[in-house]
Design a protein around this ligand. Structure first.
Ligand code: UDP
Ligand code: GLC
Length: 379
């Protein structure tokens, strides 16, 4: 099957990293069409996935935009839609991986007479999106998509609650290659030395810097933990959240935590960095649609504390393969961190359960097989 994948982002967020794993098995039968240039294109090339930037200037990714903005965007999109229609004629299927890709893909699917699949990576609720964007996404999916793949039950439920058709949506979790998360002991030691983490109890936070990812909750929690507890914040502001970055630095200064919080920026060595941590914290203040970092921490055999909402509740069973705490509650997070620090045996058992469980549930080969099966049955 020849697939034209579409994604609006030039930067590698979780949806884009997931797309790499899905597109890879199709080799040269796949083309990823991007609506913006950037480091995501380089990542696709490194993975030998054919890629083309279909539009050189980025489309503003504004999740809270209104109707007028929507119509203007549509007008701006016409040349892009035209390009996609022409490309799609050489492929069997259009696979939209983001919301703007859905808009373009739906119209292109109509004109090129190619079926459309929409991979839904978001919880379509007003906590994350404007009413207009919600309505556009749901109506286009209902009318044009043969299949919607939701990244979790939580994303599926929100889609249906927003008016989405129940008969077109299936849940498929993100897939991972477990062996990519096995780190080498001497590399870990070197990394710990370079980052001056030796002798500390290191809490890792791995996420783009954005208010709803809740890095500020971890910083507040840290202020309530014993002094050997240190945090590394791995990730950058991918979608223009510079004010939030400023706020985080100010918060660290105000709490006098400069020696206990390190901002590492965007990194490509996530498994190694996770291996250098004692635990991984996930602190999203709005429901997380899936939460790749949670599974990645499990595959690194690290205890993970996740915010109890959305997809995270499908990944973590509290006390069995991780810990769940109320979102937006630094005190509860601090207590959970201290439990991990003190109860080392129980925590190690939980981390062991996590790696076994995650290696089975999220194995990329099984997940890709599931997707191939759905495409062959539904298209
Ligand atoms: N990530 C990364 N480098 C960083 C920070 C994060 O490669 O510096 C990766 C992380 O390992 C994960 C993805 O970005 O695979 C984020 O996905 P997630 O589903 O956790 O959240 P999203 O940002 O997609 O909402
Ligand atoms: C989105 C979601 C994230 C999910 C990722 C992959 O970026 O925000 O929760 O893990 O897609 O599906």
């Amino acid at each position: 099957m020849k697939i034209l994948f579409l994604d609006q982002s030039g930067k590698p967020g979780g949806a884009e990293l997931c797309l790499i794993d899905i597109a890879k098995p199709y080799g040269h039968d796949a083309l990823v069409g991007l609506f913006a240039d950037g480091s995501f294109k380089e990542l696709l090339l490194q993975n030998n996935i054919p890629v083309e930037v279909l539009r050189t200037e980025a489309i503003a990714v504004r999740k809270e935009s209104g109707l007028i903005h929507g119509l203007n965007t549509l007008r701006q999109l016409l040349p892009l839609i035209n390009k996609v229609v022409k490309k799609a004629r050489k492929y069997d299927l259009i696979y939209a991986n983001t919301q703007k890709a859905l808009v373009v893909g739906a119209i292109a699917s109509f004109f090129s007479r190619r079926p459309l699949v929409y991979h839904l990576h978001d919880i379509l609720s007003t906590e994350h999106f404007s009413q207009t964007n919600l309505r556009v996404a749901v109506n286009l999916a209902n009318r044009f998509a043969s299949l919607v793949i939701a990244n979790s039950q939580a994303s599926k439920t929100a889609f249906i609650e927003a008016g989405g058709r129940q008969d077109i949506i299936e849940v498929v979790y993100n897939g991972f290659e477990p062996k990519n998360y096995q780190a080498n002991e001497s590399n870990i030691k070197r990394l710990q030395q370079n980052l001056e983490l030796e002798g500390k109890f290191v809490v890792g936070h791995f996420s783009r810097l954005a208010p709803w990812k809740g890095q500020h909750i971890l910083i507040d929690a840290l202020a309530q933990c014993p002094p050997q507890v240190t945090a590394i914040l791995v990730g950058d502001a991918l979608f223009g959240e510079q004010n939030y970055v400023e706020q985080l630095h100010q918060q660290v200064a105000k709490l006098e935590l400069e020696n206990r919080v390190k901002f590492l920026g965007f990194r490509s060595d996530i498994p190694q960095l996770m291996a250098a941590c004692d635990l991984v914290a996930h602190t999203s203040t709005s429901p997380e649609p899936f939460g790749r970092v949670i599974v990645e921490a499990m595959l690194c055999e690290k205890p993970v504390i996740a915010a109890k909402a959305g997809g995270a509740m499908e990944l973590v069973e509290h006390g069995l393969n991780g810990f769940l705490v109320a979102p937006g509650e630094p005190q509860e997070l601090a207590q959970a961190i201290v439990t991990c620090l003190q109860e080392t045996e129980i925590t190690a058992t939980i981390a062991k359960n996590a790696i076994i469980n995650a290696s089975q549930r999220f194995d990329v080969a099984t997940i890709n097989h599931q997707i191939a099966q759905l495409l062959s049955e539904r298209i």
